[in-house]
Write a protein that binds this ligand. Sequence first.
Ligand code: SAM
Length: 220
Amino acid sequence: MTHATDEFARLRQRMVNAQLRARGIRDPRVLAAMLAVPREAFVPEVSKAEVYADSPQPIGAGQTISQPFTVAYMAEAAQLRGAEKILEVGTGSGYGAAVLSHLGAEVHTIERLPALAARATETLKRLGFSNVHVHIGDGTLGLADQAAFDAIVVTAGAATLPPAYSEQLVEGGRIVIPIGRSERNQQLYRFRRGRNALSMDDLGAFAFVPLIGKAGWHPA
Ligand code: SAM
């Protein structure tokens, strides 16, 4: 099934109302970003018909584009005002980075799988997201040569908080990250860096693909 551009726009508007506003996403900048980014451009042909469904969709290589609510909830939790330098760990399709690029000044996003990073780079370039930079590597180590960040958003589930993230964060900066003892079930946390310590908020239960790397889960 193919959809015309205005059909996708209608589905996107419905997604924003039914999946985001109705479930408590309030930040008008987050709602505007979710309305602006064409999610259908970030998924392969087989996933397009379901792209505005209330679920993650496959993007190849055993990975997923996160459910729209999850993308919006994490973006809201990062408390962005427009001037921030952001690190996203887990580029996947590039969609989450595109949403974050509407909310901060500069986005660095890192993906461990080169094929996904290449496709995301191409999509973001084609759509004109010039403030997003895609890197290939192990995002459990952060991105030292671009630090420090005002916010770090991690889109795969960690076993523990990788130490590099707080080291690469400005004072007052936020880390939004799913952490769990199992590879598929996590609690989402927001850490905030104070002068001497990190504070932590529990933002609820989620299920992400595993964060694989030196300071994450081991490859299967
Ligand atoms: N933000 C993505 C989007 O909008 O499509 C969703 C990402 S998907 C839920 C999680 C991604 O994290 C996968 O593409 C996976 O390959 C990647 N990933 C897992 N471990 C990683 C690591 N150590 N460094 C970078 N990326 C990693």
